[in-house]
Ligand binder design. Sequence first.
Ligand code: NAI
Length: 431
Amino acid sequence: MDIVNNKETVSEKEEIMSHIKDASLAPSGRKKIEWVRRFMPALTEIERRFEKEQPFKGLRIAVSVHLEAKTANLGLVLAKGGAEVYLTGCNPLSTQDDVAAAVAEMGIETFGLHGVSAKEYEDLLAETLACHPHLIVDDGGDLINLLNGRCKEYADCLIGGCEETTTGIHRLKARERDGALPCPMMAVNDAKAKHYYDNKYGTGQSVWTAIMDTTNLMVAGKTVVVAGYGWCGQGTAMRAKGMGADVIVTEIDPFKALAATMEGFRVMTMDEAAKIGDIFVTVTGCKDVIVPRHFAVMKDNAVLCNAGHFDCEIDIASLREIAKSSRECRNNIVGYEMSDGRILHVLGDGRLVNLACGMGHPAEIMDMSFSVQALSLHWLAEHKEELETKVYKVPDSIDDEIGYYKLGAMGLSIDKLTPEQEEYLSGWSVE
Ligand code: NAI
């Protein structure tokens, strides 16, 4: 497996230099990258093709995604396809310094430090964009925000980009509506090969892995409150139920709420759920889901965390103000003591728990999501002459290719429609 020597595909330019914490951490990061690569066969297949075809030759790609091993692998695959890759994180707490060191050593310009302030985080993104990218991969819309504002001057070579997550797509669509989109963007999150698996099964597993590892507490027998029953919430609630929790769902959409009820979950408002929950997971993409009136009635030792993209779902700023005192109870757990002595425990500062306190989604899941990213970037590069400044749907051909490849890699086959069946399904005849 030759993942080491990508140097020849990376820019000779000396002025942009990797910004990482400590190069000596590279051996640990390298092990993590080598491990996940073994479980990302679809992306490896794409890498082989890219290596031959060099679709990104002469193109600079800025990637802002949670900077951990699977993302490092995506960077390496794009570099194999001829791109100069500039890698950064998309959250101040999800960057893994050892992975950043390893991928920088492997020849990718990397701008990532764990635990930085909001300002330092933005500076790292700006440093990344200073490459004047042709293509971008965004996760939550922070690159797009900068390219529209502080980093406008770096947008002069932009062909287009891809957006990884639900919240980012909402913002792109709002920008499209308001005429504020700086370049064509592909809605990677909305591809079937992405959200059916990543949001549901990826979040479902990785959120609980992170909560259990961080707290070392039982899930069985606990009352778990999941706020939001969208793709991620369904996975989160399903896995909690599977581990023996009593699951409550809160929603604002009547149909999602009905679906949760029919799946066997209790549905109620957060005002009611706040009094009885042991573990709270917000995953709505909305803000102010858990606020001071909820903190006021929560049980002693309640555990609060968020799996939505931004850290605005739980009002931590108010919790800090209300609390009599706070202390670090364990790594990634801050206990806030209320005036009546109750302690509320917040994981990962309310940032998405599976990345701030865990390793993110399983490799097999990110194999699919990042295959969509890689093929969508290729599609943008191929169609650069005819692109309009709008949000593009990922073509079905890309989804299908990944779906069939993944089935094959798992040793599974499915039936094929006969010509007669195709005709029957596409017509109105009853015969
Ligand atoms: P979705 O749109 O499928 O689901 C969101 C659900 O939350 C909807 O059913 C909506 O009705 C509900 N909701 C909105 N506001 C609410 C409120 N105030 N109270 C209760 N329910 C509310 O979105 P999806 O794909 O499930 O993503 C949710 C969030 O998770 C987004 O921010 C997304 O970017 C993020 N995400 C996080 C991942 C992770 O690894 N932690 C992975 C993928 C997405």
